[in-house]
Write a protein that binds this ligand. Structure first.
Ligand SMILES: [Zn+2]
Ligand SMILES: [Zn+2]
Length: 115
């Protein structure tokens, strides 16, 4: 098939219809590829900084940052924030448990002394 140089190849047309959603290549840490089924786009991560992409979690578009390009699946700020918030909550729960058990221990000590 001879392509007319004035018409765009079909894959470019498909590509223009979506924002790339990136995942890191398992073979090369510096390469991120788009997961869209009709898209074979991939790029070196140093060229992806400050580019628009789809969040791997909420599927909203966001601007890729250097920090996000260290993750296997780059996620938007609010998704990575909520991840952190979840972690903080878990730590708080553990702290609560420790505090509760030490309080009980104190009570037990006091009880033992009184008896
Ligand atoms: Zn794509
Ligand atoms: Zn998100």
């Amino acid at each position: 098939m001879i392509l007319n140089p004035t018409t765009k190849p079909p894959e470019v047309k498909v590509n223009s219809g979506h924002i790339h959603e990136y995942v890191r290549s398992s073979k090369n840490k510096d390469i991120y590829r788009c997961v869209h089924p009709d898209c074979s786009h991939y790029h070196n991560r140093e060229y992806l900084e400050n580019k628009r992409a789809l969040c791997g979690k909420c599927k909203e578009s966001f601007i890729l940052t250097k920090a996000q390009l260290k993750n296997k699946v780059p996620a938007c700020l609010s998704c990575s924030k909520s991840n952190k918030a979840k972690k903080v909550k878990r730590i708080e729960q553990v702290l609560d448990q420790i505090l509760n058990s030490s309080q009980k221990y104190d009570e037990k000590l006091r009880w033992d002394k009184n008896v």
